[in-house]
Design a protein around this ligand. Sequence first.
Ligand code: 2AM
Ligand code: CA
Length: 267
Amino acid sequence: MNKERQVAFRAALEAGSLIKERLGQITRIDYKGQFNLVTDVDKTSETLILDILKEAFPEDRILAEESGSIRSEGQRRWLIDPLDGTTNFAHGYPFFCVSIALEQNGQVALGVVYNPISDELFYAVRGEGAFLNDEKIHVSMVESINESLMATGFPPDTRHSPINNMSEFKTLTDMSHGVRRDGSAALDLCYVACGRIDAFWERKLAPWDVAAGSLIVEEAGGKVSNLEGDALDIDRGHILASNGLIHSQIIHVLHELKATREEISQS
Ligand code: 2AM
Ligand code: CA
């Protein structure tokens, strides 16, 4: 995995520096659907990353946010988000990153997330621990929701869906030190991994939003699952990541809220 890691670092750092140079200069925002923003920087960053990966690993398949699936014969799949936190970037709010993961035999084997503003490179190779700029990182030791700080996010179709995360947001905000909504799932996961927050949950994410970050959390000693507490399926995109210690407490709260919602809808 050494070559893969070095190539992913290079792609993330080069893409990150391109994104940073363009911060505050966006003159045109396009939309994928009604609420999903995309800028020319997403596309340029992705082209740069794909060129580097295709040259180094021509056999591998790639799934990238702006280009979709690039097929080849290989068993391995790269998952690329060239700019996670596009809405933040488009508004000049400095919380976004580049996320690159490699999946092998259906499991994420390598995850690299780079924040070009703070110059923080998070990464993990399965079985080898998680790192932030070469320092080993670990999840927090917080043991109860009441002492925790969390993050969540809201899918773009929130305003049309009854499952809009609002009751979860209110309940867990009231129970904890707070729930942030920072707008980059990949970075939120890295924040769980290094103990800046104790948990993160979100629905309807894409595989490229969660692939790298979920491995980084696991390798930092944390836990990832879907919102019922079962194994995470990155292709389904419902994720709870935590320090492990408060995982079942959060699952319990989410379960109770879901049961209440179902009771109300049946009455
Ligand atoms: P993006 O900035 O790369 O689009 C914010 O809650 C998180 O949701 C971000 O990681 C954002 O990634 C992601 N996101 C935004 N729109 C999305 C969509 N239509 N499908 C999946 N994830 C999305
Ligand atoms: Ca993106």
